[in-house]
Ligand binder design. Structure first.
Ligand SMILES: *[C@@H]1O[C@H](CO)[C@@H](O)[C@H](O)[C@H]1NC(C)=O
Length: 462
């Protein structure tokens, strides 16, 4: 704190018009916040925000708070080929954030789309320290923020309530607002040519007054870089240069934009392993030419599959809760499939096994175990696809193309193996029995051969 005060006063001495910014940037998506001295000392008033995004961005949103629900958000998208729309929204769980008609937001000069296609919005916000759902202390040294963006075609909408579709990527970070405190400019992002007090009329001159620190999300993943600088940059096109791209301390930092990445990746490896590989291959062990296969092979392997599935479920629930997606399609289908696999599938299997021991036949429980089990495996595999779709569009950072290709190829290969075994194994077993002379007694009863691959007769021989 002392050091920051010294730096802040040093900045004030060095240049009377210097304005400080607390900054965050990740993959070209940037936020610079200035808290005017008056706002900092009185605890109320305006703050200034610059939101910038690279060319190809459909929308970018920054929000105050640590989660979408109750977050005070500013969403920026193209209004036409040269300017942007700033839409204040209130975050809600599960649904697209709605226009916040109570917000008091002014779009300032220097806002627009620059010659490189960057979206830049210079904003004065008079309702960013207190809003319905939360508040922010302008002297908070670890204020909480979230952000999300989506790449794609420009929305080209001047409406502040334009429909925005689900984000490609999102994250959270903390800003030390004290590093962005100072000045009294009515537009700290834009120096008009007739503004004689401006220290920087053109270009990207600026002085860093504090070195950047990494913002850490709960769970310790680095979510971006935060820095403070004093810079007033204006390009000749009338659109401000994105401050975060010219800030010396915010470039070149290793940026990890997604605090959920570890959990999501683990979930996306474990669940496909269970549904695409373990369940089907363990199901096929029922065709092994070994009498104790159900008790010694099939059932124990499926118990392992179920335990791994429950671990994967735990990760999925954790992710869904963080994203407010606990009732999404992927989640609901997942709950149904997991419930079946944990409760009914083993119960039916056990019932059939006991029935077989007693009667040597396949019971309705056996049919259910086989056919509903197969349907649930398929549903689980399809649900993996829904999971990929929910994480992000194919080719995005969250859903890399190779992951979808590997998933599909392995699923098809296992499907072919499964079909081949199911079709050919009974015939092979029958031929083997025939060559042993087993058929001299009586032909294998189709009812029993379908379940445990040895007939009742084979049981008695053993
Ligand atoms: C974009 O709109 C804002 C607010 O209406 C205005 O101040 C700014 O000059 C416009 N930018 C361009 C490049 O036209």
């Amino acid at each position: 704190m002392v050091l920051r005060r010294v730096l802040a006063s040093a900045a004030l001495v060095a240049g009377s018009a210097a304005t400080n910014f607390a900054q965050f940037s990740s993959s070209g998506y940037g936020l610079s916040v200035n808290v005017p001295s008056d706002t900092a000392s009185s605890g109320s008033g305006s703050i200034y925000l610059q939101i910038s995004a690279p060319s190809g961005t459909q929308w970018i949103g920054f929000g105050q708070g640590s989660q979408m629900s109750g977050s005070n958000m500013l969403v920026v998208y193209a209004s036409d080929s040269s300017n942007v729309t700033v839409s204040p929204r209130l975050g809600a769980n599960h649904v697209e954030p709605k226009l916040n008609s109570d917000a008091q937001v002014s779009v300032l000069e220097g806002t627009g789309i620059d010659s490189n296609g960057n979206l830049v919005a210079n904003i004065r916000c008079d309702s960013c320290l207190s809003w319905s759902g939360g508040s922010m202390d302008p002297t908070d040294s670890s204020s909480k923020w979230i952000y999300a963006y989506k790449s794609g075609d420009a929305l080209d909408s001047t409406s502040t309530s334009a429909d925005i579709t689900q984000h490609d990527s999102n994250g959270e970070f903390k800003l030390d607002l004290t590093t962005g405190t100072g000045g009294s400019s009515s537009n700290p992002f834009f120096a008009s040519s007739d503004d004689s007090s401006s220290t920087a009329a053109a270009g990207t001159t600026g002085t860093a007054t504090a070195t950047g620190t990494h913002a850490t999300a709960p769970g310790s993943d680095i979510t971006g870089s935060v820095s403070s600088s004093a810079a007033t940059a204006t390009s000749t096109s009338g659109v401000s240069s994105p401050l975060t791209s010219s800030s010396p301390s915010s470039t070149g930092d290793e940026v990890e934009s997604d605090p959920n990445k570890g959990t999501r990746t683990a979930h996306a490896i474990l669940m496909p392993l269970v549904f695409v590989v373990l369940f089907p291959l363990s199901a096929l062990t029922i065709y092994l030419p070994y009498q104790e296969k159900v008790r010694r092979v099939h059932a124990p392997l499926q118990v392992v599959s179920i335990i791994l599935m429950l671990v994967g479920l735990g990760m999925g629930v954790k992710l869904a809760n963080k994203l407010g997606e606990i009732d999404g399609y992927h989640q609901v289908v997942g709950f149904v499939v997991v419930a079946w696999m944990v409760i009914f599938q083993p119960a039916l299997g056990l019932a059939q096994h006991l029935n077989f021991r007693r009667n040597g036949t396949r019971s309705p429980m056996g049919h259910g175990h086989r056919w509903v089990g197969r349907a649930m495996m398929l549903l689980g595999i399809v649900n993996g696809g829904l999971g990929f779709m929910q994480a992000g569009k194919v080719g995005s950072e969250e859903t890399p193309t190779y992951a979808v290709i590997v998933y599909s190829v392995v699923a098809v290969v296992i499907f072919i193996i499964y079909l081949a075994v199911v079709i050919f194994a009974p015939a092979l077993a029958a031929r083997k029995n025939a060559s042993r002379g087993a058929v001299t007694e009586k032909p294998i009863r189709p009812k029993s051969q379908g379940y445990e691959m040895h007939s009742r007769a084979a049981d008695q021989r053993a």
